[in-house]
Design a binder for this molecule. Structure first.
Ligand SMILES: C[S@@+](CC[C@H](N)C(=O)[O-])C[C@H]1O[C@@H](n2cnc3c(N)ncnc32)[C@H](O)[C@@H]1O
Length: 477
């Protein structure tokens, strides 16, 4: 069944106010969860803010209680993640183009459609709460418009809308899946290309579905301070399957920053894939000294903290380079009692001596397409044009790392992305340099299944429950 045509106003547009005009305002809605979610979407849209930084601050500042906080989180992160599907539904239900709808009204509509499609909130409650929210921010006329649009959105559930709006799954399977598990098409294409390289193209649906789910939180136990078994017992989590320092907590298990071992800096939040990539640098045997390690792109310090603790156990040191001052400050705060020296510098010209380091990590700036689960709005913000400048920087940073490592030493090139241009292509170009040998990284991810043909390792959310980290290892001859 196709949606009903929208009721038209005298100018021939759908009912509702023109941009920026509203009727008399009612007192603010008493709905702290939806208000916080709406303000989060507003900050993401207007200020390019990160939902997962804005919302926790709002919840704290407004002293929003646990139940409302859980609802606000579900709505703000869920709507940010599924934006492409929500806008496709709204595009069908509103005769006014979405670009002509006031931002705050559009965000209210997105939250409304999200509730209709993805929550158990009864449709009449989802519609009336969203309409009241719009009324409180944009007036009575906007509320009438929102009511008309959302009523049309109630005509189908999520499956119904996907079947109605998506391309035919036989003719355009990728386009279908990109709407079914909301991802921009170019991102789904990049994932499909990497899976196809590994002969695993049939895993795309599973990957996109995993990427569409709220991830578990992973903790890392600081080596020498606490074991993963102790950390799991204290936090009620489970020891991670692959990282000897990892603990997995249930998704939505509360704010991990409140956990005692995290407050006491015995543990930190770190995806298990990041732990594995950092550990891979430490595992290849090297001859001679092994006490001088370098993290060339270190902010905000997650891997520097793990590597600093490990090299410190043997009396060694880690140099950590980061050009952004505020991120260098974050590194300093997490490595306080570790043998780590922080340098504020561009990794390509840090002034550090060549051929001096035993092990070098290049955890390069990247598109972050491997961590879309954790950054709700990121998939819609990233653009294909972001890739080329990043691959240039990645190539330069990896080249510098290969100059800074000593003969016989090891370099790990790591990105949180499965995009072939950022992974295999950068690694292959580096391996072609004279005096550089790419190692098969798979043995340095012991007991991790599904690592493919090598020599690089690509982790996946649907296979490993980690972010889609890529790691390539090199030895300087
Ligand atoms: C993927 S993040 C590193 C994450 C970090 N290793 C961790 O585990 O917490 C990449 C970092 O590289 C930094 N960066 C950007 N350009 C850089 C450059 N030219 N040289 C060194 N670092 C750079 C970014 O500011 C960012 O902090």
């Amino acid at each position: 069944m196709s949606p009903q045509p929208a009721r038209r106003d005298r100018r021939g547009g759908p009912s509702g106010p023109p941009r920026g005009r509203g009727g008399p305002r009612r007192p603010p809605a008493q709905d702290p969860a939806r208000e916080a979610a709406l303000d989060t979407l507003g900050a993401v849209r207007e200020k390019d803010a990160y939902a997962n930084l804005v919302l926790p601050r709002l919840l704290r500042d407004r002293r929003i209680g646990t139940r409302d906080a859980a609802l606000a989180t579900e709505l703000a992160y869920g709507a940010s993640r599924t934006l492409g599907l929500l806008d496709a539904v709204l595009g069908e239900c509103s005769e006014r183009p979405l670009t002509e709808i006031d931002g705050v009204v559009l965000d209210g509509l997105r939250l409304g459609v999200y509730q209709l499609l993805r929550t158990r909130i009864p449709p009449h409650a989802a519609v009336s709460a969203s309409v009241e929210l719009v009324r409180s921010r944009a007036g009575t006329g906007a509320a009438g418009f929102a009511n008309a649009v959302l009523r049309r959105a109630t005509e189908r559930d999520e499956d119904g809308w996907v079947e109605f709006l998506a391309p035919d799954s036989a003719e355009d399977p990728l386009g279908y899946l990109a709407l079914r598990h909301p991802h921009p098409r170019w991102v789904a294409e990049a994932f499909a290309a990497t899976l196809a390289e590994a002969g695993a193209e049939d895993e795309l649906a599973e990957l996109l579905a995993a990427d569409d789910a709220r991830p578990a939180v992973h903790l890392v136990a600081r080596p020498g301070e606490i074991s993963s078994a102790e950390l799991a017992a204290i936090t009620g989590g489970d020891e991670a399957p692959y990282s000897p320092y990892g603990v997995r907590l249930e998704a939505g298990a509360g704010d991990p920053a409140d956990l005692e071992p995290v407050r006491e800096r015995l543990a930190a939040v770190q995806d298990e894939g990041s732990q594995l990539a950092a550990l891979a640098l430490t595992r290849p045997q090297i001859e001679g000294s092994d006490l001088r390690w370098l993290d060339l792109c270190a902010g905000p310090g997650g891997k520097a903290s793990l590597l600093g603790a490990l090299v410190g156990l043997d009396g060694g040191t880690l140099d950590a380079v980061e050009p952004a001052t505020h991120r260098a400050d974050l590194i300093r705060s997490v490595v306080k009692d570790l043998p780590v020296r922080v340098h504020i510098a561009d990794g390509r010209r840090s002034g550090l001596p060549s051929a001096a380091f035993d092990r070098v990590l290049v955890d390069a700036p990247c598109t972050g397409l491997g961590a879309l689960r954790r950054r709700p709005e990121a998939r819609w913000r990233r653009q294909p044009s972001d890739v080329a400048p990043l691959t240039t920087l990645q190539t330069e940073l990896l080249g510098t790392a290969l100059d800074l490592v000593r003969p016989g030493g090891v370099v790990a090139y790591v990105v949180c992305s499965p995009h072939l241009a950022e992974t295999v292509e950068v690694a292959t170009a580096a391996a072609a340099r004279p005096g550089v040998t790419q190692l098969d990284a798979r043995p340095f991810f012991p007991d991790v299944p599904g690592l493919g043909e090598g020599p690089g390792v690509q982790l996946w959310p649907h296979r490993h429950g980690t972010d889609a980290m890529f790691c390539a290892l090199f030895r300087r001859d």
